[in-house]
Design a protein around this ligand. Structure first.
Ligand code: ADP
Ligand code: ASP
Ligand code: MG
Length: 469
């Protein structure tokens, strides 16, 4: 392609109502005449509603499942009424009627055969992005852009891991074949995020929050100039703003810093977003659709991402830790392999690992397979499980070689019980575990220490901590 396109991804909160759609149209319009590909999530809250409708169907009440979506379809109709002219509105209303009918049939099948729920859940939940992308195509067209609606399932090809599908290599060629001719003809393709399909054509989804990942996959396939993630906050912030209202925008992050933050809980980016962008060195920019003039965060390669400081604190709550203790571990080989094989067999991802001579502690996010995992682990040693833990991760290139950072972190929270300390594995993060009940306090205090000017007392605390180091 002669000119590289920019990928602009809009999240659910950026398309939650008619005003938000108008706003997106303004943002996309002001980006053109650059070449743009738009990726959009389901309207705010609709994916949650679709997923809980599937649960109702699994419980056997197909009628209740379908009725539970009435309000959300109404929201779509209201947006259509407010933002579309009569012709486009009629087309959109018939798309909604079609989606409603298909979802009703799917709910009936799930209710009658609950074991079909994995593929059919993806089939149902995909309507969120299918409808929002059709609606946004029409809105942009009414705003004077030459747009074309593209079904994302023609671009992103995955395996059959429903709910968390893994893209396959043929995605690149399929995306190029569908989008390059349109872009070269001056059209703006609009694609739903999150959804994909298998080689056989079954609908799959990329995991919650996966539209960011869709944008990165499409951006990589097209060798984009930049991948923009438009959301409801001004970039990646120094902490989760719901926990720390004083959190502020980080102007520049390295790919590795952003990947660690996303992996350890910064919801603003899906954890898989960074890798594809990093492979092709495509800059990722996180911007606020409600304050489009604010600079947001630019994510680039390490050498461009300065200064070498602590950039942010991420956290992930509701974590389970498992400790396996066995004298057999002492000086033996093969023990860790046997241990990880258990998690492998039960398809359970492990986040953090720490070891001592005779014990290994691991943290897991999704504990649903634990009842099957534990008996297998008990063959290796004594097993202890603790629920309700939070992983806290302090992230920044500054951790590479700045002495005293760990001492300052732990002196800030010296009265809080900390376990599973892990530092150096990635060299840009310091990770540890606290109880869920102490998580907020931990994060607020660390944020004050690292990112807020603070009171005289804080400054004295910090000075003392530095002297003690
Ligand atoms: P979208 O619908 O645009 O994908 P998300 O809800 O997935 O938006 O992600 C944005 C939200 O991520 C923010 O509203 C904020 O509450 C949360 N968040 C958590 N940690 C961070 C962080 N470090 N920086 C910015 N936002 C964060
Ligand atoms: N709509 C999907 C979700 O809510 C994907 C996304 O928003 O990124 O998880
Ligand atoms: Mg998101």
């Amino acid at each position: 392609m002669t000119t590289k396109p920019t990928i602009m991804k809009f999240g659910g909160t950026s398309v939650e109502d008619s005003e938000a759609f108008r706003n997106v149209a303004r943002i996309v319009n002001s980006a053109s005449p650059e070449r743009v590909v738009v990726v959009v999530s389901a309207i705010g809250g609709f994916t949650d509603a679709l997923l809980s409708s599937v649960e109702k169907a699994i419980d056997g009440d197909a009628g209740a499942a379908t009725r539970s979506l009435d309000q959300d379809f109404e929201r779509h109709l209201v947006i259509g009424k407010r933002v579309l002219g009569s012709e486009a509105r009629a087309v959109f209303e018939s798309a909604i009627a079609g989606a409603r009918g298909q979802i009703r049939e799917l709910h009936k099948i799930v209710a009658a055969h609950p074991s079909t729920n994995a593929p059919l859940r993806d089939e149902i939940v995909a309507f969120g992005e299918l409808l929002s992308s059709q609606l946004l195509t029409a809105v942009l067209r009414e705003n004077g852009l030459a747009t074309s609606y593209i079904d994302a399932r023609r671009l992103i090809k995955t395996d059959e891991s429903y709910g968390a599908a893994v893209p396959l290599a043929e995605t690149t060629a399929a995306t190029q074949a569908e989008l390059v001719p349109l872009i070269e003809a001056g059209e703006t393709p609009v694609v739903g995020g999150f959804i994909a399909s298998t080689a056989k054509g079954a609908t799959t989804t990329l995991g919650r929050g996966g539209s960011d990942y869709s944008a990165a996959i499409i951006g990589t396939a097209l060798d984009a100039r930049e991948i923009q993630i438009w959301t409801d906050v001004s970039g990646v912030l120094t902490a989760d703003p719901r926990v720390v209202p004083a959190a502020r925008t980080i102007p520049v992050l390295s790919y590795q810093e952003a990947a660690e933050l996303a992996y350890f809980g910064a919801k603003v980016l899906h954890p898989k977003t960074i890798q594809p962008a990093m492979d092709r060195k495509i800059p990722v920019r996180v911007c606020n659709s409600r304050a489009p003039r604010e600079a947001g965060t630019l994510i680039v390669s390490e050498s461009e991402a300065t200064p070498q400081t602590i950039k942010a604190i991420a956290h992930k709550s509701g974590i389970t830790t498992v400790q396996i203790t066995s004298a057999r571990m002492l000086g033996a080989y093969g023990f860790l392999r046997a241990l990880f094989e258990v998690f492998d067999r039960h398809q359970t991802a492990v986040d953090v690992v720490t070891t001592s001579e005779v014990s290994v502690s691991l943290s897991i996010d999704d504990a649903s397979a634990l009842p099957e995992v534990i008996p297998d682990l008990e063959k290796l040693g004594a097993v202890e499980v603790e629920e309700g833990r939070t992983i806290v991760s302090v992230v920044g290139e500054g951790l590479r070689g700045t002495p005293g950072i760990a001492a300052r972190v732990f002196s800030t929270i010296s009265d809080i019980n900390v376990s599973m300390i892990s530092v150096g594995a990635s060299s840009v993060n310091l990770t540890f575990m606290v109880d869920d009940a102490r998580a907020r306090e931990t994060i607020v205090r660390l944020h004050r220490t690292y990112f807020e000017g603070g009171t005289l007392e804080d400054r004295i605390d910090r000075t003392v901590a530095d002297v003690l180091v």
